[in-house]
Write a protein that binds this ligand. Structure first.
Ligand SMILES: [Zn+2]
Length: 328
């Protein structure tokens, strides 16, 4: 068995461009234009490397943001890119048999599979893969955030020797991180890490947590937080709707609010918002006792009082004020 650390760059049509209106036989999030990969042996030695540029077929105009980020020019793809089928044949031959893929994040494998399907190519060989971020988190600080590659490198004091946002450069740096993790243990315990992640509760919750629940299907942040401080703001003790105070933003699309039940008292609500593949928002919600450490964090934050999201009365005041000039 061997690990293949994979990173890719992909092109997306410019919003509103003719390409963006195209209906493809298989919906893709992006068309792969570059593959970079590094082999890590079972005993975690970083060995050989692979890279290929792919000539896009569906989104031929290179999105200028993608070009700026990756340094790839349309001419590079035209002159040096190979057709997808050939690139995949080369990549698969280089990978060899019995491979386990490691990626930094969840996107690469999904996009690889989508592209293989779009081109009608075999995808049966990319079934075993792990998001190295999950293993990294489980084996370092147990933190809940999906860390940028750069952040993880800093934590391991790995110096960047390759360009960032270059598929092979990113794959190489990811391989250096992976080589320092316990991959055997990480992949064996991956199911649990993934389950925690899926539930939206990465790692351990803070002490004093008394309830947790996941909500789906909100159109945007406003709607999600509105529901969390409105109809879904249920008292964990009696089930009555509670009143919120105000949401404070925290890193990682998290928000907290101090809610109170007219019969049972105060509770701290912490929510984390995450984008779903279908464009909706999922909310994971934790309820804490008001005496908990988490609630103290809220109190400290409230002192600083720099709310990203105002409570409804604040929003109404703001709206009324903003209407005044129109009346003259
Ligand atoms: Zn209550």
């Amino acid at each position: 068995m061997q690990y293949i650390v994979l990173d890719m760059e992909w092109n997306q049509p410019w919003p509103g461009s003719p390409s963006s209106q195209k209906v493809l036989p298989v919906q893709i999030r992006g068309e792969i234009i570059q593959i970079g990969a590094v082999r890590v042996t079972e005993d975690q030695q970083v060995t050989d490397e692979f890279q290929v540029l792919i000539k896009p077929k569906y989104y031929r105009r290179l999105n200028r943001r993608v070009s700026k980020l990756t340094g790839i020019k349309e001419a590079d793809l035209r002159d040096n890119g190979v057709p997808m089928a050939e690139a995949m044949a080369r990549f698969r031959a280089w990978c060899g048999e019995d491979v386990t893929f490691l990626t930094w994040g969840f996107d690469d494998i999904t996009i690889l599979r989508e592209n293989l399907r779009l081109y009608g190519l075999d995808e049966s060989w990319v079934t075993r893969w792990y998001n190295a971020q999950m293993i990294f988190n489980a084996q370092t600080d147990g933190s809940t955030a999906q860390k940028a590659l750069k952040t993880a490198m800093e934590l391991f004091e790995i110096e960047a020797t390759r360009p960032a946002h270059d598929a092979l450069g990113d794959a190489y740096h990811t391989a250096l991180i992976c080589a320092r993790l316990d991959l055997k243990k990480g992949t064996a315990e991956y199911g649990k890490a993934l389950k925690d992640h899926d539930n939206g509760f990465h790692g351990a919750e803070l002490p004093g947590c008394i309830a947790r629940k996941v909500f789906y299907g909100y159109a945007d942040k406003k709607e999600a937080l509105g529901a969390m401080s409105g109809p879904e703001n249920k008292c964990p003790t009696c089930g009555k709707q509670m009143t919120g105070t105000r949401w404070f933003a925290q890193p990682g699309h998290r928000y907290m609010d101090l809610a109170s039940c007219s019969s049972c008292g105060k509770f701290l609500i912490r929510v984390r918002l995450s984008d779903q593949p279908d464009g909706t928002i999922r909310v994971s919600r934790l309820t804490y006792e008001a005496t908990s450490e988490a609630a103290e964090a809220y109190a400290r934050r409230a002192e600083k009082a720099d709310p990203e999201v105002r409570r409804p009365s604040g929003a109404q005041r703001r709206r009324r004020r903003s209407k005044l000039p129109e009346k003259k």
